[in-house]
Design a protein around this ligand. Structure first.
Ligand code: HH2
Length: 273
């Protein structure tokens, strides 16, 4: 990254900040740049390795946001967060035009939940600018993905998809050490699919790229706990984060940075023993 290499000898804590009115977990909270900057400072103090800023919700059923609207939400928040903390900042977007503006405003890497499929200019932009990118698996689109997700072998299919997307990135000139893979927990998956992916995350890790996992407060945790509300999923999130780390996750995308720092430090010590 422009700020130097992100060394993953320890598991990285990626703090989530959504500049959206409608995110399932923190919608409406960080549309205001000053509030977002204060939250970023708190996450930095809690031990975040980097931050992930998004301005388009990808929760199940969410409608796409036009690029102008996404930029209008994102850029003031990004400027405020950039001025507030020195941590690397990734931007969660599928649109190259938004990504290009974000890189000009000091973003360090990109997080594309479509793995470069929604906008063909995304991977070439990463190659041109020499920035890392997270390539995530999703079945369908946010509007339809939870309607009736189906797989033959979810773990093998997700791993094959991610390998193909990594090759697509390499083919346009993205550097091998600028690629992060993500199984896309909750993106076109049932509870059983999500559990299988976490249980066999080692297969995704064996592709040879660092793996990022986003389980924080997600719906499958609520379902496993009998319909638990979003704000009541901290301990369920901790279990999923610990197991993801044990199976090879090198980055975890979380809302509760301070709590998950403790979970990660203990899980990685046990996993590495
Ligand atoms: N999950 C969400 C959004 N972006 N990016 C990656 N790489 N991996 C994930 O698992 C992931 C992601 C959904 O969570 P959140 O940002 O909290 O909600 P919303 O999409 O409603 O903004």
């Amino acid at each position: 990254m422009r700020s130097g290499p992100l060394v993953l000898d320890r598991v990285a804590l990626v703090g989530v900040l959504n500049a959206t009115p409608d995110s399932f977990s923190d919608g409406g909270r960080y549309l205001d740049p000053a509030r977002a900057a204060a939250a970023a400072e708190e996450m930095a103090g809690d031990g975040a390795t980097m931050l992930d800023l998004g301005a388009e919700s990808t929760r199940p059923g969410a409608r796409p946001v036009p690029a102008e609207e996404e930029s209008r939400r994102l850029l003031p928040v990004l400027r405020a967060v950039r001025a507030a903390v020195r941590l690397p900042i990734s931007v969660d977007t599928t649109k190259a035009v938004v990504a290009r503006q974000a890189l000009a405003e000091g973003a360090d890497l990109l997080n594309d939940v479509s793995a470069g499929r929604f906008d063909p200019a995304m991977l070439p932009l990463c190659a041109e600018r020499g920035v890392p990118i997270v390539l995530m698996h999703m079945q369908g689109t946010p509007v339809t993905m939870q309607v009736d997700p189906r797989y033959g072998d979810v773990v093998a299919e997700v791993a094959a998809f991610l390998e193909e997307r990594a090759h697509a990135a390499l083919a346009v000139g993205v550097a091998p050490d600028a690629i992060v893979l993500d199984p896309g927990i909750g993106f076109g998956k049932t509870v059983a699919h999500n559990c299988a992916l976490l249980a066999r995350l080692d297969l995704v890790a064996s592709l040879g790229y660092p793996v990022l996992v986003g389980v924080s407060r997600k719906g499958f945790i609520g379902e496993l706990l009998g319909g638990r509300a979003t704000g009541e999923r901290l301990h369920g999130t901790a279990a999923a984060v610990a197991l993801a780390v044990a199976r090879g996750a090198r980055l975890v995308r979380v809302h509760d940075v301070g709590a998950m720092r403790d979970v990660v430090r203990v899980a990685e010590a046990v996993a590495g023993a």
